[in-house]
Design a protein. Structure first.
Length: 507
């Protein structure tokens, strides 16, 4: 039986999975790697360590399952996005990878803003100019490590660094390319105006190919390190966010999904990017040809509830492995609307729709009669309110979304799923695989690329709907009112957030 070998190179580690011809998950293994924080705002990982983990995970996965290298139809990848790896002509990394969470390149962003309109960059790429994206990180290397910059053959993303090592080819796909602040969503090419403004040579960038492209076979000199046969096909794959879209079944126009984990987002599949006048949402390239992914991401979703566990939960339950379950039972005892208590979930600033690093979290409306149950429910509802604002923007720009498929560990809690359905006012479809969607998406890309699967819609059967959570009509008007107050509360407090940021005491 042939298998697809998919690697998901995430922020904390690599998940290696095997999927069979029927789309079943046959086995998986996970290995971690380290993140270094050499200075405030810096975040780096060793691309050499990524390579070692990919080799070890592949060998161990084959050994534990008894699958042989001859049974691997292809190897493919999902990877963390928006970082940068400087590769030499031999496909070896020249320095540690600067990963997505690194924010050191603020000077480079300001210099770019003086040379090209931020609105033009948003219109071309679907994204704001930001130190979070690869372009600013590349320019930081140019400005601060000029000798290394000159020696760099290509600047690539995480998965592309591994593919270059496997095949000798320097390539990327539209999903990862669109996380670099350089990709023209309309033409599918690197943007000439942005390259000119940045003073960056196109030759320093990889070739852009479809995610399902067969890049080539594994080279003879590296095959033994993985325990695979030389010549095993390597299918390009995609960025982890786009692979999650496939795993969630968002593979045709109009199918929306939400991920609820440490952070959270709502995304849909569309033919055209969403160009929002105030740049509140953004658009990635899809791994499905001719589609894009309009979306909005918030900073702290599950992280906000984890904060509530650590700071608000009864200390007696914190020693119990079922702390979240007990918190949910308590939160369910509070009525919808948490007795008119609001929580702004901006514990780490906010991305969509605020784009304000100075935003702060707040309980609003707290009185002596409020209980721990009210506060816990308010945290869950506050995340849903912010997500509702993102949903409303996507609805206004790309057409009505009438249901949302949902993945991620946060959606496993029945109470939170019901709150989200009630706040959104549309059914929430919880899928069978909540945590495996990203690696499964990569496997689908590989299966389509090597001809094992007929098309991307196989994802709909590989990860079917387990339960549909229907909104309670009685809560509709209440939650609509609370969302409006939530939005007005942020607007009223925004000047206060700026004042607090200027005090400098948060450091």
């Amino acid at each position: 039986m042939p298998y697809i070998l998919a690697h998901d190179l995430g922020t904390t580690g690599d998940k290696a999975t095997l999927y069979d011809e029927a789309g079943r998950l046959a086995a998986s293994l996970s290995y971690t790697y380290a993140t270094d924080f050499p200075r405030t705002g810096w975040a780096e990982q060793s691309a050499e360590e990524w390579w070692g983990v990919v080799c070890t995970a592949t060998r161990d996965l084959l050994a534990t399952t008894g699958v042989t290298g001859a049974q691997i139809a292809c190897i493919t990848f999902s990877g963390q996005m928006q970082g940068v790896v400087a590769l030499g002509a031999n496909a070896r990394p020249l320095r540690p990878a600067i990963i997505w969470m690194d924010s050191r390149a603020t000077v480079q962003v300001r210099e770019l803003e003086a040379r090209i309109s931020v609105q033009d960059v948003y219109r071309i790429t679907g994204h704001r100019l930001s130190a979070a994206y690869s372009l600013a990180k590349i320019l930081w290397i140019r400005d601060n490590e000029p000798e290394l910059f000159a020696r760099t053959h290509k600047f690539v993303c995480a998965k592309d660094a591994i593919i270059a090592r496997l095949t000798g080819e320097f390539v990327t796909d539209p999903s990862d390319a669109s996380g670099m602040n350089l990709y023209d969503l309309k033409t599918g090419e690197w943007s000439a105006p942005i390259l000119e403004a940045a003073g960056l040579d196109r030759a320093k960038l990889p070739q852009i190919l479809y995610s399902i492209f067969n890049v080539g076979g594994i080279r003879d000199d590296v095959a033994a390190q993985l325990g695979l046969l030389a010549g095993t096909p390597v299918v390009l794959g995609g960025g982890d966010g786009a692979c999650a879209s496939v795993g969630a079944g968002s593979v045709r126009e109009g199918v929306a999904y939400s991920y609820v984990g440490t952070s959270a987002w709502i995304a849909t599949a569309a033919r055209e990017p969403v160009i929002d006048a105030t740049m509140r949402v953004f658009t990635f390239g899809h791994v499905v040809p001719d589609l894009v992914i309009p979306m909005g991401t918030m900073q702290t979703a599950g992280a906000a509830y984890q904060w509530a566990r650590d700071q608000l939960a009864d200390p007696q339950i914190l020693q119990d492995g079922k702390a979240f379950e007990l918190m949910n039972i308590l939160a369910e005892a509070a009525p919808p609307g948490a007795n008119d208590l609001l929580f702004l979930p901006y514990l780490a600033g906010e991305r969509a729709p605020r784009w304000n690093p100075d935003a702060r979290a707040n309980f609003i409306g707290l009185t002596i009669r409020h209980t721990r149950a009210d506060m816990l429910r308010a945290v869950l509802e506050g995340v849903a309110y912010n997500m509702r604002l993102i949903l409303d923007i996507l609805n206004a720009q790309s057409g009505a979304i009438d249901s949302i498929r949902v993945i991620g560990g946060g959606s496993s809690a029945r109470l939170w799923a019901q709150i989200m359905a009630d706040v959104y006012g549309i059914p929430l479809q919880r899928l069978v695989r909540l945590e495996e969607a990203t690696s499964m998406g990569a496997a689908v890309i590989g299966g389509v690329g090597c001809g094992m699967y007929p098309g991307f819609e196989v994802a709909l059967t590989m990860n079917p709907i387990a339960e549909t959570v229907v909104p309670e009509p009685a809560n509709r008007e209440l939650y609509n009112r609370m969302v409006r107050i939530f939005d007005r509360s942020y607007a009223a407090l925004e000047p206060i957030f700026a004042d607090l940021a200027r005090t400098g005491n948060a450091e």
